[in-house]
Design a protein around this ligand. Sequence first.
Ligand SMILES: Nc1ncnc2c1ncn2[C@@H]1O[C@H](COP(=O)(O)OP(=O)(O)OP(=O)(O)O)[C@@H](O)[C@H]1O
Ligand SMILES: NC(=O)c1ccc[n+]([C@@H]2O[C@H](CO)[C@@H](O)[C@H]2O)c1
Length: 241
Amino acid sequence: MGGSDPSGCVPGSPQGLGSFSGVCPAAGPSGFQTGSNAILPPLYRPAPCRVTNGGKTTLTNRLVKALPNCCVVHQDDFFKPQDQIEVGEDGFKQWDVLDSLDMEAMVSTVRAWIENPVKFARSHGVNVTPGSREPSSQDTHILVIEGFLLYNYKPLMELFDLRYYLAVPYDECKRRRSTRSYTVPDPPGLFDGHVWPMYLKHRKQMEDAGVDVVYLDGLKSRDELYNQVFEDIHNKLLNCS
Ligand SMILES: Nc1ncnc2c1ncn2[C@@H]1O[C@H](COP(=O)(O)OP(=O)(O)OP(=O)(O)O)[C@@H](O)[C@H]1O
Ligand SMILES: NC(=O)c1ccc[n+]([C@@H]2O[C@H](CO)[C@@H](O)[C@H]2O)c1
């Protein structure tokens, strides 16, 4: 975007988003909770949230493979059916707003994990360790939640222990988006007419609300991003134990 930065951010700073959030629970003075009802001791929920095509799915997939007893919830799985998505005055279907998502169902899903992460893992095909029939309540459990609108919905936002926001500049975001194929393909002009303006609006809303996020520069390599977040989570887990 050259010198004019549509996000209003300092040029050169990361824009666009992506986030992760995690929960470290509760028993004892864990000092790591940010509003979530943590449960068992080594229970932890990290979640990534970002701008579209910031790289959150890529990062999430790597983390989920590397972390123990790790489940994932994808916000994109909670889009309402296409015929329920409103058409705006601009003529575009309004995909990039909270109303396009069944956020209550998403929160219920996260709460189901909080209530019983072992049951949740098993019902989602995630192997739990140790291999015994009855895993100990002391086992570490992690939930990664990834989405593009995680930090604008209070009931969900409060459940995270760690919040990350993956940002990429306008040009890179638009370039990456143009290579993607969604279940409902983007009509011409959607990015500039709806996706990017909504991103800017929601980011401002989040910042005005003072939501505490760790910004990640989505222009960094996949390895760098992964190493940074993995290390954070690893350290949080050490602090929880
Ligand atoms: N660190 C990176 N550097 C360069 N390209 C990346 C990086 N991470 C992801 N990508 C590429 O960017 C594109 C979008 O990545 P990804 O699907 O992970 O983003 P996303 O934020 O989950 O997008 P969406 O909003 O569509 O769900 C993909 O083509 C991916 O290979
Ligand atoms: N997954 C979908 O059904 C879908 C349909 C139409 C648009 N999108 C886009 O997904 C992004 C979030 O990952 C948003 O920017 C939506 O525009 C998704």
